[in-house]
Design a protein around this ligand. Structure first.
Ligand code: PRP
Length: 206
């Protein structure tokens, strides 16, 4: 049996549809219930529904053989897994945003609010800009509005959250999308099935 970690939420539903289309459909998954584990009727795969930012941990530790996770999480946490395929789903951007009309003071360290401390540090390091990082866990957009930070480094998908809070993108750092990942041991010992799925997924997304 192959264990698959799926992110809960919107991305998870799209990813599951892809797996269902290549032959791994599973009854009741994403129905309105609180179950977290689902097995298909053939008994060949088992899905775990996990918090999107935890998928890589389940795969790294071998609780799941394969999974799907955003490139943002891979860059931020650098898990010891194989990244096999860009699924081209859940596309968005990692960007620097600030209040409309914001003017940078180059003489002061830049105050950066973010969930993505490593990504922010790597980016500002690459442009030799000294920063003061403020780690937050959500509603990042509040920080510049309350003048707790100068900018935010965050995911922008539709841009609605920025717009509704009078913020705008100043720099796009990276494109982000969902990646198919595998546990390193599972990749050795369950190579046939993992590579078969990888090929089927690649054909499906074109
Ligand atoms: C993410 C991100 C932005 C928003 C961007 O937040 O942190 O706030 O989505 O999407 P948009 O460009 O389509 O508006 P999430 O919904 O994960 O919630 P959070 O505030 O808890 O981080």
């Amino acid at each position: 049996m192959l264990n698959i970690a799926l992110p809960k939420g919107r991305l998870g539903k799209k990813v599951y549809s892809l797996f269902a289309e290549i032959g791994y459909d599973c009854e009741d998954i994403f129905e309105d219930n609180r179950k977290l584990i689902f097995e298909n009727s053939e008994g060949t795969v088992r899905y775990f529904l996990v918090k999107p930012s935890d998928v890589a941990i389940y795969v790294e530790r071998g609780a799941a053989d394969i999974g799907v996770v955003g490139k943002d999480i891979l860059l931020e946490t650098e898990p010891d897994v194989y990244e096999l395929l860009d699924l081209k789903l859940g596309k968005c951007k990692m960007a620097v945003a600030a209040k409309n009309g914001w003017v940078e003071n180059p003489d002061e360290p830049l105050r950066v609010a973010t969930k993505f401390v490593n990504i922010a540090k790597t980016y500002y390091n690459s442009i030799n800009r000294e920063i003061d990082v403020i780690k937050l866990h959500g509603s990042i957009e509040l920080a510049p509005i309350l003048d707790m930070s100068d900018v935010i480094v965050d995911i922008v998908e539709t841009g609605t959250t920025l717009k509704e809070n009078d913020l705008k993108v100043y720099t796009e750092i990276l494109p982000i999308s969902a990646r198919f990942i595998a546990n390193k041991n599972a990749f050795r010992f369950k190579n046939d099935i993992i590579m078969k799925i990888n090929t089927q997924l690649a054909e499906k997304i074109g």
